[in-house]
Design a protein around this ligand. Structure first.
Ligand code: NDP
Length: 594
């Protein structure tokens, strides 16, 4: 790959400069402050369009062993694990009207999981369920969550349409008390915070956002009453409508082709082009599925995670776009310059295939040029889809490229970008979720631990945890989040391991008569050192990245935000830390009371 050898293929030096230029034009002085929360004046955006608005029930007062906050995969898997070990005295408190978490909220047309269903859907061997396709639709995944709820008798344990409003630890009784929006008072020995990772939707803080008089919603609160249709049926009511989609991330990539089929005009407002690789969707081969031997799913899950974290398994069982793109971990920088160059070349060449795909599919050369992503493959999430790019060849679909600046403003009638007003009837915000903001902000309540100290006070200088799971000052509070925890392409792998760990801590305490457990601050500092040491390896790569939620919008990092990092190494290595900790029956690095 060199200019001199082939004029059509840019050299690494040229691309390096281009990446830097794209990054620089996308950097914003307001960083993370550019977003708006769905509360206060934007509260209406957070309304649940799927639940019964007239639902009521009497408040309950009860004591249980465990309160689980959140009924997505993390909460459900924790509950299932506890029940397997005979601990059935738990409550699940969930804001939504059913189980499913992400898959309850995200019902937008075209929604699906681009991680292979055989490694994404947990407990397939236990339920005997066969996913219908390689990449399951959101509808199928939501139904699978309901199946898990029924199979493992979780429905009786759940309080739906209920927000946790507060939680505090009473030192005298060693019990947590949890209050809810429905007037419940729940007490428990343990509280598991499994409130989600991508659950707090955000809006871009576009000037004039409140002045728009048409219809508008966030993708995670899709309003089918306005669009007509459903996740599986065409949205006839969009006929005759002009629609704006703001965003070109993983969600927009799935939404755009569906809206394009029906809307009269669709304007897609792009700030940074997404990277869209080949999807290759296909139905499940029933004979193959039937031939799988016991233990197949765990083997496949581990094999996939190995393949997407540079672990180079002997056989690539999933063998799809993810494993191709993530096979080589190109973020890690070493002192060996030749090796660094080799990794950079791999990264650039893979992204070049993405850019070439754009050129091959998009008919208008100017649109194609604008849709080519110029950033490293670990900087943002790669997407896999076969209908997104072709949608831009339709006469009713218009790319509005904002050259990294984003939408300028909203007016009563529409969207202003590059100084031009685009009148529209509907604005769809495909603007994503808060991921790296403070955990207590995303939880929606601020737990109060020992000495009446709240999590926001204790973490005023950033997070303090052991493995991202336990926090000093908050006995028996167990976290499933990415703050100082693991991260990975297959989120459900991470959630399965984290919930197994959390459930095993509860089980060990119950078995051994331990009243409280919390980490020692020294052990938390040691964990922080592990996180920093691992993070240092790819710091240089991330410095060069275009802003995104992966790098907190490239906002300058102080010690406080540095402490909120995730374990940036392989998820399998992170799981290794959890497993070694569990194998040591002394519960190292913690203080317990009997
Ligand atoms: P993202 O945060 O990835 O994307 C938000 C989009 O909104 C970006 O394109 C962003 O631009 C754009 N945007 C924000 N502000 C403005 C503005 N002022 N003007 C114009 N554009 C703006 O959110 P998504 O919902 O797409 O994805 C979030 C995550 O959800 C994914 O990373 C993934 O983890 C998960 N997901 C997974 C799927 C799966 O198949 N497994 C499918 C969908 C989502 P910019 O890029 O410049 O910031």
């Amino acid at each position: 790959m060199h200019d001199a050898e082939n004029d059509a293929v840019p050299s690494i030096d040229t691309l390096r400069e281009r990446y830097q230029a794209e990054r620089d034009k996308r950097i914003r002085p307001d960083g993370m402050a550019q977003w708006r929360e769905l509360k206060g004046e934007y509260e209406a955006f957070d309304r649940d369009p799927f639940a019964d608005p007239n639902f009521t029930r009497d408040p309950i007062t009860e004591e249980v062993t465990v309160i689980i906050v959140g009924g997505g995969f993390a909460g459900m898997l924790t509950a299932i694990d506890l029940a397997k070990h005979g601990i059935t005295n738990f409550r699940i408190v969930e804001k939504a009207g059913d189980f499913g978490g992400t898959w309850y909220w995200n019902r937008y047309p075209g929604c699906m999981c681009d991680v292979e269903s055989f490694v994404y859907l947990p407990l397939l061997e236990e339920t005997g369920y066969m996913p219908t396709e390689h990449y399951a639709s959101a509808t199928e995944i939501f139904q699978y969550c309901q199946l898990l709820g029924r199979t493992f008798d979780l429905y009786d344990k759940a309080l739906f349409q209920t927000d946790v409003t507060g939680a505090h630890f009473d030192e005298a009784s060693s019990r947590w008390t949890v209050e809810t929006s429905r007037g419940d008072t729940l007490t428990s020995q343990f509280v598991v915070l499994a409130g989600g990772i991508l659950h707090k939707a955000k809006l871009p803080g576009i000037p004039g956002i409140e002045t728009f008089k048409g219809n508008a919603f966030h993708t995670s609160r899709w309003d089918y009453r306005y669009t007509g249709g459903s996740a599986t049926a065409p949205m006839e009511k969009l006929k005759g409508k002009r629609v704006a989609v703001i965003g070109t991330g993983a969600t927009a990539v799935q939404v755009v082709p569906q809206v394009a089929k029906v809307a009269d005009e669709l304007y897609v407002f792009q700030r940074t082009p997404g990277a869209v690789g080949v999807r290759n969707q296909r139905p499940t081969d029933v004979e193959w599925f039937k031939s799988l031997q016991p233990g197949w799913q765990r083997e496949r899950i581990i094999n996939f995670t190995k393949a997407v974290t540079g672990g180079h398994p002997e056989v690539d069982l999933v063998n799809d776009g993810w494993t191709e793109f993530m096979w080589e971990d190109t973020q890690v920088q070493s002192s060996d310059e030749t090796e660094n160059e080799r990794l950079e070349r791999i990264d650039v060449e893979l992204m070049e295939t993405i850019r070439q795909r754009v050129a091959d599919i998009i008919e208008d050369p100017d649109t194609a040029e604008r849709m080519k992503p110029y950033w490293g493959k670990h900087c943002k999430r790669i997407c896999f889809h076969d209908e997104y790019l072709p949608a831009f060849n339709r006469p009713n679909v218009h790319l509005v490229d904002t050259e990294g600046r984003g939408v300028d403003a909203l007016t009563e009638h529409g969207v202003v970008a590059n100084g031009v007003e685009y009148p529209v009837d509907l604005i769809i915000y495909a603007s994503g979720f808060e991921v790296t903001t403070d955990l207590y902000r995303r939880l929606g309540f601020d737990p109060v631990g020992k000495g009446g100290v709240s999590l926001s006070e204790r973490w005023s200088d950033g997070a303090h945890t052991l493995h991202g799971v336990m926090a000093s000052g908050f006995p028996n509070m167990l976290l499933i989040s990415i703050v100082q925890g693991g991260f990975g392409t297959n989120f459900s792998h991470l959630l399965s391991e984290a919930s197994k760990h959390v459930a095993s801590i509860v089980e060990a305490c119950v078995d051994e008569g331990i009243q409280t457990i919390e980490p020692e601050p020294a052990a938390e500092d040691e964990w922080l050192n592990v996180l920093f040491t691992i993070g240092m390896g790819n710091g240089a790569y991330f410095q060069r990245c275009t802003p995104s939620f992966y790098n907190s919008e490239q906002q300058s990092i102080d010690m406080r935000s540095a402490r909120n990092l995730t374990y940036t190494g392989s998820l399998l290595d992170y799981v290794g830390y959890l497993e070694r900790w569990r194998e040591d029956s002394t519960h190292p690095g913690t203080t317990t009371t009997a």
